[in-house]
Design a protein around this ligand. Sequence first.
Ligand code: ADP
Ligand code: MG
Length: 316
Amino acid sequence: MKRLAVEVRDLQGSYGERLALDGLDFEVGSGECFAVLGPNGSGKSTLFSILSTLKQPDSGVVKVLGFDLLESPDAVRRSLGVVFQFPSLDKKLTVFENLWHQGHLHGLRGRGLRERVSSLLSRFGLGERHGERLETLSGGLARRVEIAKAMLHEPKILLLDEPSTGLDPRSRRDLADLLFGLGRESGTTVLLTTHLLEEADACSSVLILDEGKRVAMGTPDELKSQIGGGVITLESIELESLRKDLSQELRLEGKMVGTGLRFEVEDPHEVARRLGEGFGERLDLITIGKPSLEDVFLDRTGRSFNGSSAQPGGEG
Ligand code: ADP
Ligand code: MG
């Protein structure tokens, strides 16, 4: 049986009257890179705050490396390295000084601390920057310093709340490589929240959250394979009448998503061929895609991930 890094059962969390997490269940295996994916307001930061012991849950059980969050909060804290969504570094201090002060907070001192800081900095590609002030670093490098800081006390689990927010695509990829590397090289479990589909897609497991509830959980491939063979999206100036005709003539039930009409089908190439033959003149564009995590979200919630609503197709 795989060892569990994090175990969450029937977790509820709220702010006054507002329920932000509504009976959440999930577990994270040791050494995984685990993504909590959800749109804005779905409860990601609330979950992060509870796991990092900053916020009290209303009810439910949370265990971190087998330690109960309420019974052994200190053991939980020692197990975790935490990277907040908003930078926690001192801009006027150098890279080295930021880590040095953090080390003191953890009771590390002297040569041991100096060696730990140096090894982290070189591992994170920051060795030559150790004397530079934070304010002179790019967003991507500053994020690396944040992560190095969170790793100073050698936690088994690294928790990150939307770590790639504000980074350009290149820095995002570098960050992803760094995080996956942590899992591979030192067995660190990485648990990150994100609202970016492609970031979640690169992780070993994904929990999809919506309105404080679990919508789906599994490896990205498992989740996508539940959708079927593929997704076809049509664009046309007469989408409404096409939707009716396709439902009647081809028994294809589509969903309106944004400006397109979308179908989940088993054999997208065959369906696209039939669409082209029978309806080609009425179509502006046919797109064939593999199912994505966006499709998983749409399938489970009836809404597209970025907010525009989908209406069920066919006669209703
Ligand atoms: P996410 O991180 O996924 O955007 P949050 O966990 O921040 O979501 O928010 C979940 C829900 O809780 C939202 O409805 C949000 O408005 C509410 N919420 C978050 N923080 C607070 C707070 N400090 N006070 C009141 N409501 C909050
Ligand atoms: Mg958040």
